[in-house]
Design a binder for this molecule. Structure first.
Ligand code: SAM
Length: 294
């Protein structure tokens, strides 16, 4: 085993987190020690302290957040939507219990309300105990946390939103109500005319069918549904995909440069070039995506 800078592979426990693709290949993360292990009514919740990724949160046995690249993921699920929208003020985050999307949304001073809907209150409790940097946003007076199924919430609420962020996808997660056609229809209905919705669509290499399925569910509902990607070393095959959807044809051409410049120093991955480049897919991914649109 090659020796990583700063420590050799023969230190610490022999405990490893395996994030494998179909059990055959993937990444494996050496653990210093387990920090927290519990089971909520919905999923197993585990926190590990690791040598290379810092603290890692696993839900239902999947790595969903690491200190090392969590900012990359949260910047990329939030900022393309927030800076493509002319004036986002009312935000909804479905599955935002880990506080990461919230941290990114609150960087925008004009945001007036953020509604976080998570089915599992134990996720937020875990974040407050073990990831205080992510939990800080929950104390913001603009934030309302709703413990509910995201689908049930969007069906029942009369609220309208400028941006809806669906950050609740995790394989084997608590309930699969957010992967249905009805859910996407209801999400579209809760958006203002110029509203934008962003969906996390997993690894486009490991599960291209999920990205295709989301695109086919969204195309009857939105004028534009654009897939985009980011590099994420803790993700199987190192790429995570998203879809940004809106009813206004010209939203892809919009980028609020002034708002971006005011925030730019606070980003670790997202920037003006990434805002455009993330939507440019390599040929093999374009083929996988187009295969679904045929
Ligand atoms: N960043 C993570 C990832 O990369 O997969 C996604 C965020 S986290 C794992 C998913 C969150 O969605 C969890 O807090 C989970 O409790 C929540 N969740 C799952 N299904 C949900 C549902 N139907 N309604 C609301 N929240 C849900």
């Amino acid at each position: 085993m090659n020796k990583m800078a700063g420590y050799s592979s023969d230190v610490g426990t022999s405990l490893w987190i395996n994030n494998l693709v179909h059990g055959l290949a993937g990444i494996t993360i050496k653990v210093k020690h387990a920090v927290y292990c519990a089971a909520s009514p919905f999923q197993k919740i585990e926190v590990f302290d690791t040598y290379h990724y810092g603290q890692v949160l696993c839900l239902a046995g999947s790595v969903v957040l690491t200190e090392r690249d969590g900012d990359v993921y949260h910047e990329m699920i939030v900022q393309p939507a927030m800076l493509s929208h002319a004036d986002p003020r009312k935000i909804c985050i479905i599955g935002g219990g880990d506080g990461g999307c919230l941290k990114e949304v609150l960087k925008h001073p004009a945001v007036e309300t953020v509604t976080i809907v998570d089915i599992d209150s134990m996720v937020r409790d875990t974040i407050e105990k073990h990831f205080p940097r992510l939990a800080a946003g929950f104390k913001d007076s603009r934030v309302e946390v709703v413990i509910d199924d995201g689908f049930h919430f969007l069906k029942a609420t009369k609220a309208m939103f400028d941006v809806i962020i669906i950050d609740s996808y995790d394989p084997g997660g608590p309930v699969q109500s957010l992967e249905t056609a009805d859910f996407h229809r209801v999400a579209a209905q809760r958006l203002e005319k110029d509203g934008l919705a962003v969906f996390q669509t997993d690894s486009p290499i490991v599960r291209p069918e999920y990205l295709r399925q989301t695109l086919s569910l969204l195309s009857p509902l939105f004028e534009v549904a654009r897939p985009y990607i980011c590099m994420l070393s803790s993700f199987p095959e190192g790429i995570c995909s998203f879809v940004l959807a809106g009813r206004e044809k010209n939203f892809p051409d919009r980028f609020d440069s002034a708002r971006y410049e005011a925030l730019a120093n606070g980003f670790s991955y997202y920037n003006r070039d990434i805002h455009t480049g993330a939507f440019l897919l390599p040929q093999y991914l374009k083929k996988k995506v187009e295969a679904g649109r045929a």
